[in-house]
Design a protein around this ligand. Structure first.
Ligand code: RFL
Ligand code: PHB
Length: 391
């Protein structure tokens, strides 16, 4: 088998990359180790930045998003029993975000790819990337019980944090930057209309809580928990009781309860691999970097990476110059580090750190007070949340 761009992984990064390449008239093959149902139902991100929404629309993948997605013009910060709304369009010159789940983005892109695009093989596990430093890199993979080789002009590793692509970059040229957190998020899906029409990020002495949603009838909520928590050890009643306490306010706001249909615990991590390119192997999305979910940046960063790659490849085809391909890593990393900084700041401002002193907790509250009373501080948060520009 031979193709121009061999793509490992059919998460949002790999699927969008295949679509953008198809639109640019460049052929590709996508190899995905899991089956279609797994990829379409993995619960993850919920927030699309303005730039991501624009890219999906321009790629012809925005129809259902525009029908069913929920445009959001702000978020609420909750702390000290107080409520503060951050108004995105007013602070950013009109930018906003969209609540549209990653599962739905993937379903839309898979349907388009199978209908109009190049091969997308499920249950095709990449085993190794070879020859990254040559003109003909290859992906060795297993599909339907057989080992096969995909010959490519370029390989893009969109295979997430646990994938194989990153391992093909020699340790001698790799640098990694990492931070782990002593807590995780217990996430639930519940069949109950969201108790508020915008997301609520709550800082409480007992820990962080987040109210989000999947649709007008399905709520998505998260609770900060110790990192080794077993989701099943939390009864539904205990989860609702804890959420209620962490969202408490001085007014008459109430949290609506409903049947919980899914529970899981996600660890939190900050991670960057540099460089994001080695020869003709490029890394995109979680394969190269992880952010804690507090800033809602992971999927949006993946989109930025693949847009940057496609622009560089098209530039190469149109001008013969590899200058943008050569600059891929540096151009992506600039945006990646801004997202790392933003996600880290949001996490530190809102979570209960088990090692924090009473002084640290007062500083956290002072940060939130600053955002709610100083327009410049609030604008910085709104600009970060709605997204760093792609150019
Ligand atoms: P993915 O989605 O992990 O996809 C990688 C794909 O590669 C496949 N794969 C392989 N295929 C073939 N051969 C191999 N050897 C392979 N190894 C792996 C995997 O099966 C998989 O299908 O990475 P990608 O595409 O880079 O996308 C990244 C996003 O999924 C991730 O950053 C976000 O989900 C992060 N995230 C959020 N991001 C946002 O932008 N906004 C949010 O609101 C948001 N909330 C979240 C999140 C992540 C969360 N978790 C569970 C980590 C909330 C949570 C709870
Ligand atoms: C989600 O809806 O899953 C979600 C929203 C905002 C975040 C993280 C996750 O910051």
């Amino acid at each position: 088998m031979r193709t121009t761009v061999g793509i490992i992984g059919a998460g949002p990064a790999g699927l969008l990359l295949a679509r953008l390449l198809h639109n640019a008239g460049i052929d590709s093959v996508v190899l995905e180790s899991r089956d279609r149902a797994y990829v379409e139902h993995r619960q993850r991100a919920g927030i699309l930045e303005q730039g991501t929404v624009d890219v999906l629309r321009a790629a012809g993948a925005g129809k259902r998003m525009d029908r069913e997605g929920l445009p959001h013009d702000g978020i609420e910060l909750r702390f000290d029993r107080r409520r503060h709304r951050v108004d995105f369009p007013a602070l950013t010159g009109g930018r906003s975000v969209m609540v549209y789940a990653q599962t739905e983005v993937c379903k839309d892109l898979i349907a388009l790819q199978l209908k109009e695009g190049g091969p997308l093989l499920f249950e095709a596990e990449a085993l190794a990337v070879e020859g990254a430093e040559t003109d003909r890199p290859t992906i060795r993979f297993r599909h339907e019980g057989r080992e096969d080789v995909l010959e490519c002009d370029y390989v893009v590793g969109c295979d997430g944090f646990w994938g194989v692509a990153r391992k093909a970059i020699p340790a001698s040229v790799s640098q990694t930057f990492e931070r782990t957190y002593p807590f995780g998020w217990l996430g639930i899906l519940a069949d109950v209309p969201p108790s508020h029409d915008e997301l609520i990020y709550a800082r409480h002495d007992r820990g962080f809580a987040l109210l989000s949603m999947r649709s007008p009838s399905v709520s998505r909520l998260y609770l900060q928990v110790p990192v080794d928590t077993d989701a099943e050890s939390w009864s539904d009643e205990r989860i609702w009781d804890e959420l209620e306490r962490r969202f408490e306010t001085d007014d008459d706001w109430t949290l609506q309860r409903g049947p919980i249909t899914q529970k899981s615990v996600t660890p939190m991590r900050s991670y960057v691999h540099e460089p994001m390119r080695h020869g003709r192997l490029f890394l995109a999305g979680d394969a190269a970097h992880i952010v804690p979910p507090t800033g809602a940046k992971g999927l949006n960063l993946a989109v930025g990476d693949v847009v940057t790659f496609v622009r560089a490849l098209v530039h190469r085809r149109e001008t013969g110059s590899a200058e943008l391909l050569d600059a891929y890593s540096a151009n992506c990393l600039r945006r990646v580090w801004q997202a790392e900084r933003f996600s880290y700041d949001m996490t530190a401002m809102l979570h209960r750190d088990p090692d924090a002193t009473p002084f640290d907790r007062r500083v956290q509250l002072a940060r939130l007070d600053r955002i709610s009373s100083c327009r410049a501080a609030e604008t910085d948060l709104a600009l970060g949340y709605t997204g760093f520009p792609l150019d």
